[in-house]
Write a protein that binds this ligand. Structure first.
Ligand SMILES: [Zn+2]
Length: 422
């Protein structure tokens, strides 16, 4: 069950509680609702000597969706060795997911917006106006600059980390730092015995190949069939085990190819694609490093993990594929057993706040509206979640819950997922 966050009256975070306990606190008048998303109560008394249980915030950053999970730290005090059987050892390492969330980013929307802006500027410049010099390279970028689409993803994640740190006692952070440990792929011997023959063998590699070859057979492009790791230049002909000589093939193609190379099999393009490394991996890794540096500035210990072991940890615990479960499995600190029953992740959608544009434009890039008016109307502003009651004579009479779009005139729009009035 996802827990409810609790603050004392001085906004000190306390232990999250079961929803049933939260209901009792509310019905007995001991607490009030402080935030609805994530659901948080505020007690009506101070608890200055509270010692809330330390939690670990785990993050799986993604380009579209970032998974977040708050996991209890298993009891670290080691019990007497001889009294513990294997069962008990596992018992001691049970971690519980207290809360989970999935942030949907708007990186693609940011990118599209900037492309549109660039296009209308370009077209205005070329039209019957006075000559205006290009001005795309007359500014210096500050240290650590990231493209706005990446910056937005990072800012979303940072916002939620800061928010959760205010609501619960976060003692440590785990972050998936790189999707693929490229060093480990290319030079297996440097990463120790675990990569070569231990439990991790093949996991990092398999994830990398699935991503690189788009989860389909490289030869017949079949999807949804069992795929085998296949040597482009066969081992029988001294082909190597390096990632650049490997691809994915379905069983029929693998058998049909036999000891021929991909080129001899009639697929020179596979051989060409195998030589270029996965381009995305570098870009994704770049923004994850930036996130790591920013998380470290918070001052909490940050543990890092890579993608392969995360998938392996999740598969070994029998958990399905979900962003928040990936997050819960990041890093070596993941407990032996994870209690996830009843957790429903909070689905968070990044919406951006306001626009820098001074007025709306038509599709030719010319101003269409007056100058931007204030965004705060009657104490409410664009983006607020509101419940509006429209009185009876109106055709739209009813109660609506949704996101407000403020207008200076006081007539506001509400975007709602409800089909009709409630
Ligand atoms: Zn095939």
């Amino acid at each position: 069950m996802s827990c409810v966050f609790v603050l004392d009256t001085d906004h000190r975070p306390l232990d999250p509680v079961h929803p049933g306990a939260a209901r009792r606190l509310l019905s007995r008048g001991r607490a009030a609702v402080w935030r609805r998303y994530p659901f948080t109560l505020i007690l009506k008394r101070a608890v200055p000597d509270a010692q809330p249980q330390p939690l670990r915030l785990k993050i799986d950053p993604g380009s579209r969706t970032t998974g977040l999970a708050l996991v209890t730290e298993p009891d670290t005090a080691p019990p007497a060795e001889e009294e513990r059987g294997e069962e008990e050892e596992n018992e001691g390492r049970v971690g519980r997911v207290v809360w989970a969330g999935e942030v949907t980013h708007r990186g693609h929307a940011v990118h599209d917006g900037l492309v549109t802006r660039a296009a209308v500027r370009r077209s205005r410049r070329a039209r019957h106006t006075r000559y205006r010099p290009r001005r795309f390279d007359n500014r210096r970028r500050p240290e650590g600059w990231l493209p706005p689409s990446l910056e937005s993803r990072l800012a979303n994640t940072e916002t939620w980390v800061a928010r959760l740190c205010r609501l619960v006692n976060v003692a440590a952070i785990s972050q998936e730092l790189v999707k693929f440990d490229i060093q480990a792929l290319q030079h297996p011997e440097i990463s120790g015995v675990e990569y070569q023959q231990g439990t991790l063998a093949g996991y990092e590699l398999r994830e990398y190949l699935l991503e690189k070859w788009q989860r389909r057979c490289a030869y017949c492009h079949a999807t949804g069939v069992p795929l085998q790791i296949e040597h482009i230049v066969p081992k029988a002909r001294q082909g190597s085990d390096r990632a650049s000589n490997l691809t994915l093939a379905c069983e029929p193609c693998n058998l049909a190819k036999g000891t021929r190379t991909a080129e001899e099999f009639g697929h020179p393009e596979v051989q060409a694609q195998a030589r270029c490394p996965l381009r995305d991996a570098a870009a994704v890794n770049a923004s994850r490093w930036a996130l790591f540096r920013r998380l470290r500035e918070i001052g909490l210990p940050v543990e890092v993990g890579t993608g392969g072991p995360t998938r392996w940890t999740r598969a070994r615990r029998g958990l399905p594929k979900a962003h928040w479960l990936d997050a819960a499995c990041v890093g070596a600190s993941t407990p032996e057993r994870l209690a996830v029953a009843g957790i429903r992740p909070l689905r968070i959608t990044a919406t951006g706040r306001h626009a820098r544009q001074m007025c709306r434009m038509d599709r030719f890039g010319f101003p269409r509206t007056g100058a931007k008016a204030t965004s705060v109307v009657g104490g409410l502003r664009t983006g607020d979640l509101v419940r509006a009651v429209v009185p009876a004579p109106s055709v739209k009479a009813g109660m609506y819950v949704g996101r407000l779009a403020g207008r200076a005139s006081g007539m506001c729009n509400i975007t709602t997922t409800q089909l009709g009035a409630v």
